[in-house]
Design a protein around this ligand. Structure first.
Ligand code: FAD
Length: 459
């Protein structure tokens, strides 16, 4: 680092309560790691912000010094958008406060929380808000891009439960955005990603969901086409308290999985029924009748346990490449493509998920928030994952080929949370007729595009 810039960073450090980590700091290499082991970026400095004042200082510093600025929530973004080369990273990971208001059924969640932090806090009150399917994922990125997970059909997307945010804008102002105050920003941040500022806290609506009836149910791969058709017909008509995402996977070689299934390629559904527990066995009877499953781990389970069930299989540092689409219709022809590529899963961690969003997410209009694909029935993601970089070529090739073969059967578009660097047309396709309104709001609040390390909406 040249001396002049180094001096300026010293000025920034003196204004912060949190630590500023520069390349000469022994913790630098650890601090610049993100979830995806494929990402290897070298920022000039990482600011471990501890409060809103730190965030304001960093935003002002980056703007005044014309620095590239990245915001890191949970660091899970596949394309590594929580980190940058050169430039400054606002790392929110120490801002982890969660305050539950049990009477109002809300939770105020700081911008650096993971979903595990939120589940821990809300479960103590017998409540939950919809998130994703891995508890180490950041609330910040997942929510701002939409948020699809175990509770989507019942409670909506994560953004459908955001009542308000506090945020720091590009000019350093601190504002609140909700239905009444800064309502244009409130509209934009519900799907528009980190384009509009640094969200320092979210206010989420909570639901009385504590123990659900859920878990994985697996079938052998030779039943895949039949299982997919059964699942499609079932979930499209299922009551909204039933959630269940379909997957192709390879069974990990260890407990709790039975030895005869270790390393077997299989298909399955991870269920999450939020209705009355005493009705669950009855509700699951027709599901269990189909098959019957080769493995059935479905039963009463605390919501945070379901939410963190797959964390150990997907620790940070794996090589991660994915492609996603929205799906309206799961035709028999599309199922045939799925079955072909499922048989070729290139590694134990590689997988394909179909997350249903028919139900509560579809009760919000497609122009009511920035998130556009309210008419889709599923979010589909194909994920090539392996611990060893030597296998990247194979996992990436499988992901791309599978995605390309299926894309013609999709609704088009993209999900900003499940993209790599796929170009501006894919970003526009994610927002469809909401893009123009987003670009106007971007021009109003961030005319110089300070917040551009994201799926970028150009001002
Ligand atoms: C293992 C795994 C499981 C996942 N499961 C799901 C799932 O079930 N459902 C789902 O919808 N998605 C899922 N995702 C995708 C996830 O939503 C995105 O990767 C998301 O970007 C992660 O958010 P983050 O805060 O962890 O990421 P980061 O890498 O920290 O940030 C991602 C983007 O969000 C911005 N950002 C983050 N926090 C803030 C903030 N507070 N203010 C402003 N901008 C911010 C960043 O600038 C960056 O552009 C998963 C990802 C992984 C790797």
């Amino acid at each position: 680092m040249v001396a002049a810039v180094q001096n300026t960073y010293q000025v920034l450090q003196s204004a912060l309560r949190g630590k500023l980590i520069t390349p000469d700091n022994p913790g630098y290499d650890e601090a610049r790691k993100v979830y995806n082991g494929m990402i290897d970026r070298h920022p000039a400095a990482i600011a471990r912000c501890v409060d809103v004042a730190d965030v304001i200082q960093c935003v002002n510093f980056a703007r005044e010094n014309r620095l590239t600025l990245a915001i890191r929530g949970g660091g899970h973004n596949g394309g590594g958008l929580g980190i940058c080369d050169d430039g400054l990273v606002i790392d929110l990971s120490l801002m982890k406060g969660v305050r539950v208001d049990p009477a109002a059924r809300t939770a105020r969640v700081e911008g650096g929380c993971t979903w595990g932090d939120v589940d821990h806090a809300t479960h103590a009150f017998g409540m939950a808000t919809p998130s994703g399917i891995i508890s180490t994922t950041g609330v910040g990125g997942l929510t701002l891009g939409g948020g699809i997970g175990h509770l989507a059909r019942t409670c909506g997307l994560s953004i459908d439960n955001v009542l308000e945010v506090d945020m720091v804008l590009a000019d350093g102002r601190f504002v609140t955005a909700n239905a009444k105050e800064n309502s244009d920003l409130y509209w934009a941040i519900r799907g528009g990603g980190g384009n509009f500022g640094v969200v320092t806290s979210f206010l989420f609506k909570l639901h009385p969901i504590s123990t659900v009836y859920g878990g994985p149910m697996l079938w052998h791969l030779d039943q895949a086409a039949e299982a997919m058709r059964f699942y499609r017909d079932y979930i499209l008509k299922a009551p909204e308290e039933m959630n269940g995402w379909f997957a192709f996977l390879t069974v990990p070689p260890g407990p709790p999985f039975p030895e005869n299934l270790h390393m077997k390629k299989m298909c399955g559904v991870v269920w999450c029924y939020t209705g009355p527990l005493d009705k669950a066995e009855e509700v699951f009877k027709p599901i269990r009748k189909f098959g019957p499953p080769a493995l059935d781990f479905v039963g009463p389970i605390p919501h945070p346990a379901l939410q963190s069930m797959f964390d150990p299989i997907y620790p940070p540092g794996l090589q991660w490449y994915w492609r996603a689409d929205w799906v309206n219709e799961l035709s028999d022809a599309a199922i045939a493509v799925h079955v072909k590529y499922a048989a070729q899963l290139p590694s134990m961690h590689s997988t394909m998920h179909l997350y249903p969003i028919n139900g509560a997410p579809q009760r919000v209009g497609k122009n009511d928030t920035a998130f556009s694909y309210r008419d889709a029935n599923w979010g589909e993601v194909i994920v090539g994952v392996d611990p060893d970089p030597a296998n990247n070529e194979r996992t990436i090739a499988w992901t791309k080929e599978y995605w390309e073969a299926l894309h013609p059967y999709s609704a088009g578009g993209a999900y900003v949370n499940m993209m790599m660097d796929e170009g501006q047309d894919r970003v526009k396709a994610a927002y469809r007729d909401n893009y123009e309104r987003l670009a106007k709001i971007k021009a109003k609040y961030d005319p110089t595009n300070l917040f551009h390390v994201n799926q970028n909406i150009k001002p």
